[in-house]
Design a protein. Structure first.
Length: 153
């Protein structure tokens, strides 16, 4: 499907405020409520909108430490990648996991309460994952830009 101008306006608006009602969204976009509903439902059905959820304030929830972990596996095989990925998916503190090219096989983005919590997670959840040769941890000092909004043109 090709996105038209209305689809793009809806996607931009939903990214900025996912809790907008259909009526509010239709008014903002400048179309009827029925047309807005039809566009939005199609965008969801076709996978352009995966879900709509709240963007929580991690600091207020006591999760102020972000750690980026570089992972190198022992072997570069489909089985070792699958085993690692299945293990990482079970760790709630891992917010994101990327398979990358370069010095590391994976980057993990982890958010925890403090350094002690990361140390416990490191020992109890990361180190026991089979097939890891090396873990390198990088503590984020400050988030200069932390955007979730995608650029839609």
């Amino acid at each position: 499907m090709t996105l038209d101008r209305t689809d793009k306006k809806i996607l931009k608006a939903l990214q900025r405020n996912g809790k907008s009602s259909n009526t509010e969204l239709a008014e903002k976009i400048g179309i009827s409520k029925t047309a807005c509903w039809n566009h939005t439902q199609r965008l969801m059905e076709e996978g352009y909108v995966r879900n709509i959820k709240a963007n929580l304030n991690a600091e207020k929830l006591g999760l102020s430490v972000v750690v980026i972990v570089g992972v190198v596996l022992d072997r570069s095989t489909p089985d070792s990648f699958a085993e690692f990925e299945n293990s990482v998916k079970k760790i709630p503190a891992v917010l994101e996991c990327w398979l990358i090219a370069g010095e590391f096989d994976y980057w993990l983005k982890i958010r925890v309460k403090d350094i002690y919590a990361f140390n416990c997670l490191h020992a109890s959840a990361l180190l026991p994952i089979p097939g890891i040769r090396q873990l390198r941890s990088f503590f984020v000092l400050s988030a200069i830009k932390d955007e979730q909004e995608l650029q839609i043109e």
